[in-house]
Design a protein around this ligand. Sequence first.
Ligand code: SAM
Length: 229
Amino acid sequence: MTFRATILTLFPEMFPGPLGLSLSGDALARGLWSCEARNIRDHGLGKHRAVDDTPAGGGAGMVLRADVLAAGIDEAAAPGDFRPRLLMSPRGKPLTQARVRELAAGPGAIIVCGRFEGVDERVILARKLEEVSIGDYVLSGGEIAALTLLDACIRLLPGVMGKEASGQDESFENGLLEYPHYTRPREFEGRAIPDVLLSGDHAKIAEWRRAEAERITRERRPDLLRIRS
Ligand code: SAM
């Protein structure tokens, strides 16, 4: 099954962008996912194809119009298209690896990229958009957030990563951050690879990695440990 990404944006040329390269680019070429970027401006109004207007109640900036965006969403989502409809938004629920896994296991997503001050609230409600944030900071538009979300999903699609198992041990998968990695040379600027990793004792290595993952999580993200317990 191909994971279908449909993106509604004022800058369709930003897609697939960096996702056309490396692992995701190779997966795109192999048909493991598809990427359709649609221009919201195609539904704009009047001679200038206006998509935005001044905020009701006054204030700075412009707001993406509900009628324009709704027309774009309706055209993108044919009847019977049950893909989740996401709106990239700093107000949204923070994206987690668990949500990424759910999305990657599904048929794809319709992703709306906001611009300006934001999107008219009524289209969010009327088209049941799920607001998703990629972090507590404000970007100038939803495109880079959408690329981030897609990158996280695509690498989990079956056949994308070299080894199916890679991904299981990663940060956030067990509510823990990942343990440290080492490779050759055996010593670098006076720092040696921990002996246990060179011991060949797989049980001991697994135990060491687990303990290190717990230590790093405790130090850097104690909130993750609280969620686990
Ligand atoms: N006025 C909005 C606010 O204070 O919440 C910020 C609007 S921002 C300049 C324009 C668009 O960028 C948003 O509509 C959203 O699509 C996107 N965006 C900005 N920050 C984001 C984030 N942290 N996560 C997801 N999307 C974001």
